[in-house]
Design a protein. Sequence first.
Length: 409
Amino acid sequence: MKRKLKFNGLMKLIPILIMFIGMYTSLQSQTPTIITLGSGTNQSGAYNPSPANVFWESRRLQFVYTKSEINAAGVSGPQLLKAIAFNVSQAADKTHLNYEIRIGHTTATDASLNITTTLTPVYSASSVNFNSTGWKTFTFTTPFQWNGIDNIVVDICWGVNSDYSASGQVYVYTPEVTNGIGYINSISQSMCSEAITSSMNLKPQAKLTFESTAPSNDDCSGAITLTVNNSANCTNPTTGDVAGATNSGVTGCPGTPNDDVWYKFVATATEHTITVVGSSDFDAVVDLRSGSCPGTSITCVDATLEGGSEVINATGLTIGNTYYVRVYHYYSTPPETTTFTICITTPQTGAAPVADFTADVTTITAGGSVTFTDLSSNNPTSWNWQFAVGAPSGTCTPATSTLQNRTVV
Ligand SMILES: [Ca+2]
Ligand SMILES: [Ca+2]
């Protein structure tokens, strides 16, 4: 009896623990993630290049944070990079003028060469002071959309400052990183457009603030409604995108669903065809589900590779019921192209349509109207109504119609 009670208590605890873990995971995906890159007590030096140094009136700097070190710190892209902070070890006693931070994607892993990639301006200020030690944060006016694939180059320039001194240091990677920072200096003109010419082993420690860019249909509750095509032709495809999507915690299909997105449709026939066509690098996995969110899997398909078409021929559907479709990229690493198209069509069974209809009233007076509603089976694609008045004979308006449903006077 005692063992049984203990067992029951444990069984109650497990769902509560699972609930808390679930809440924590969903909260985590909504809030910014701040990671710290680099550690140790090495400093950049009173004369050397760093984001805080004021020994030269104008400087341009470049340094690279790699995808692998960002991933290792717990962030997988694509994500929005919203802020960067540097750990000031010695305050600068002069002011930086015209301070610019630009960010770009690069395959370079260090600053040994001038990096010529497209740079996005993310922060600009007419003056900046590194007048105290500790973390100095720059919150971007334009966040940078990191693709999650390339490394990130940070490009900083300023000047021309009105004065200089041998001050302004930051903590750098310890042990030192070869070619950790690239630079070019001037005492008299802005270096912002000049190519980097030199490098030192002084990669600044940094805190990067990322934010998830999850799409609205990242979870089942945000499933996007799809238009059902009533023929076998797809005239209303919907374009989807898994960029920024996260794991919805639903298992049971092939591959890694760490970027699944959700759709839903209302069955208008007992059979529908679901077709998902991946873009060039997108290897789709498609999961058809019934019931309330997240539902129960009816079937998964994963018959083709990148850029292929995945097709589910669903049968035995209940007309009027809502079905969910989950789509994701097979691999755990993000695809280079994140989009696909999805379409719901209605196969034509080959059986001839059987005409049937209903009318809202069966007895009317002269001048009254009747609404006829189509009840034909086997998915007719066209209609041809002929309306006439019996005894005493007369005419209807209209006398004929090709609409599916029609009101007649
Ligand atoms: Ca998801
Ligand atoms: Ca596939």
